[in-house]
Design a protein around this ligand. Sequence first.
Ligand code: AHQ
Length: 251
Amino acid sequence: MTTSIPTPWTAEQFEAKLREKEKCYHIFHPFHIAMNSGQCTKAQIQGWVLNRFYYQIMIPMKDGAVLSNMPDKEHRRLWVQRIIDHDGIEGDGDNCDSGGIEAWIALAGAVGLRREDVLSLKRVVPGTRFAVDAYVNFARTAPWQEAVCSSLTELFAPTIHQKRLDSWPEHYPWIDASGYQYFRKRLSEARRDVDHGLRVTLEHFKTRAEQERALDILQFKLNVLWSMLDSIHVSYGIGESQSGAIARMHP
Ligand code: AHQ
């Protein structure tokens, strides 16, 4: 009996399969739904900002690992911009950019957190640290094309950044508007990143088995984002009724 080998998807079909994964994106997590509909307390917003800071500072480490595995400069020239986007760049006038990590610290200040409390990482809950470390370790050890594929959760990121920009000012008037710069900058940066990431992914994963592997990689990264929110949700709860959860979780 001959077993038929499934034919590869066309590039259009493959891209559509990748985009179908949006249904698993963390915009649909109960914590994000609550946060973007105004149900979170100040402590819960602060907890989310504190924990996501660990993700933000590990992104340049992740991208540096991917860069070190990239064999040709055409890809490195594009990928290095991701590190600059987060770490910023020295320069004078318009050439100086303090970067996304500083913008995230500005968001922390805007939600009432002290810089030293954010930088200490003392309040990053174990599940967040574990999920982020799993992502960084994947990027360090996987073939660079697989690490590039894992960044494609950003296919769906502009929607969630825009949702925050549209909903938070109304729901959380106590947040200083200066904190929203990070979400604004990611709208264009994410779209630019995805152009490169999608081109690499569509070109590299050719057989049907390879294309299915790409979907599994994207699901892994979706799970990283989802489980970060699970751990924040358990630690901080949602809404006034559970705002004491953190006290029970971390005596
Ligand atoms: O702020 C985010 C960011 O800089 C990145 C880099 C990218 C990657 O390399 O995996 N993913 C990502 C994401 C950022 N923000 C998340 C959010 O919800 O604010 C979304 C996340 C992503 O979709 O992967």
